[in-house]
Design a binder for this molecule. Structure first.
Ligand code: TRP
Length: 435
């Protein structure tokens, strides 16, 4: 059975080497396994909880998206999107909020830590605590349950949130399922690697310890400067060094093959100077990161290209989210009133205002099609196709299957995803009626 793996990164700030080694690199490697369907996203609604600086939010989500892509994410295999492009997620959040007990949220670590800090400082227990922070775990549960993820790779600090997601899912299934389960119960996956990379001072690499090595920001110069600040012991050049306890070696290991690891250890035992060791470490990291940084910079110079990729990802994600949410609305009783027998005048009016597909050939001799709204707005634009027949077949498929066909179709979504979905749904209705 296909395993769905899902993970998100909160978009505040930039990423460091620890995020790359612990989260991004293993996630991309896992997405290449067969039998795995991956969902990776920018948790930008979560970012709003911690940050009220709009420019910082904007920049961070762009940087983090560019980082995933530069690190080799294959968006034809992975559903890659921004949380805030999926309106079904906040809608699901509300449905879940209504079945989540307040007592359980009182026990969430992040909230409890804030309360404890307030109490210790002699402040009101809830000083500075927003409802966003308080219900953070419910939004996270919606992220996960929306796509029925089986596995959720996270850091240790997030395991409690996955357990909460399971509880909420169970409760919802039980209350409304009538024997049918809407949600898969997700499993947290804490990879050993996730916690391992030490920072400059040997503690876990983390922004909050101010001991990070930046991933791309500042270029190779910043990388080199950070490495120069790695704390080592005071053994002099020529003196034998103990590679086992050294966090410089642990960082080296994260970028080296077994043979390179052994060779580095031998050199240190033979008296390699720490300065030299740092140069080796720099070369080792730069060999892996350097080419990615070049791609990162190229991507950052073309935000519109990233935007297009994320819009396409949102279409794919919503192809799954929208039908599940429709089922859930139905289940809780948010149902349509009995459909009226469509008065034929109404139907006629709707028909005359329909969007339409246009097929044409360009000077490049390729065949194209596009979807244009009744008011002339361009909604979808195809790529150039070698065969006119192919264009015709895609148009037929989009009319028949609607948004579900978008993920595979050779098109870019030009307009707001909502418009495109509505237009395709309207054409699909017509198609169904005439079938
Ligand atoms: N809370 C996670 C973090 O800060 C980010 C996140 C948001 C997430 N939604 C998620 C991770 C869903 C996994 C699944 O690290």
């Amino acid at each position: 059975m296909t395993q769905r793996v899902l993970t998100g990164i909160t978009t505040t700030g930039t990423l460091h080497l620890g995020n790359f080694v612990g989260a991004i690199r293993p996630a991309i490697a896992a997405s290449r396994e067969s039998g795995v369907e991956s969902y990776f996203f920018m948790a930008d609604y979560h970012a709003l909880i911690k940050c009220d600086e709009p420019d910082r939010i904007e920049r961070s989500r762009l940087q983090i998206a560019a980082t995933w892509l530069a690190a080799g994410l294959d968006t034809s295999r992975v559903v890659f999107y921004r949380q805030s492009d999926i309106p079904e997620i906040p809608e699901l959040t509300w449905l879940l909020t209504c079945v989540t007990s307040k007592g359980q949220m009182n026990r969430a670590h992040a909230y409890k830590a804030s309360v404890d800090a307030n109490v210790a400082a002699g402040e009101d227990a809830d000083a500075g605590i927003t409802m966003g922070l308080y219900s953070y775990p419910i939004l996270m549960a919606a992220d996960i349950l929306m796509f029925n993820a089986h596995r959720v790779p996270v850091g240790k600090d997030q395991v409690q949130h996955i357990e909460m997601a399971r509880d909420v899912a169970q409760r919802f299934n039980h209350l409304f399922g009538r024997g049918q389960d809407f949600f898969v119960l997700p499993q947290a996956e804490v990879e050993a690697e996730m916690e391992l990379l030490p920072g400059l001072d040997g503690r876990k690499m983390s922004k909050s310890y101010d001991n990070v090595i930046p991933l791309f920001e500042g270029g190779s110069k910043a990388l080199k400067e950070a490495i120069a600040r790695i704390v080592t012991d005071s053994r002099l050049p020529g003196e034998p060094k103990d590679p086992e306890g050294s966090h410089l070696v642990a960082i080296f290991d994260a970028f080296a093959t077994p043979a390179q690891r052994a060779a580095f250890r031998d050199e240190l035992r033979a008296g390699l100077a720490w300065g030299e060791a740092k140069q080796r470490l720099f070369d080792q990291i730069e060999a892996e990161i350097g080419p990615m940084r070049a791609r990162y910079e190229a991507l950052m110079a073309q935000p519109e290209q990233i935007e297009a990729i994320l819009q396409a990802g949102a279409v794919k994600a919503r192809t799954l989210a929208a039908p599940l949410l429709a089922t859930l609305r139905e289940a809780v009783g948010l149902r349509r009133f009995q459909p009226l027998k469509a008065a034929s005048a109404e139907a006629h009016k709707a028909k005359s205002a329909l969007p339409s597909f246009k097929q044409y050939r360009e000077a490049d001799n390729l065949f194209y099609f596009k979807l244009v709204a009744a008011d002339g707005e361009l909604l979808l634009q195809s790529r150039g196709l070698l065969q006119g027949r192919e264009a015709g077949q895609w148009v037929a498929r989009l009319k028949k299957d609607g948004a579900a066909a978008l993920a595979d179709a050779p098109v870019s979504v030009v307009a707001a995803v909502d418009h495109v979905h509505a237009a395709l749904a309207a054409l699909q209705d017509v198609e169904a009626q005439s079938a």
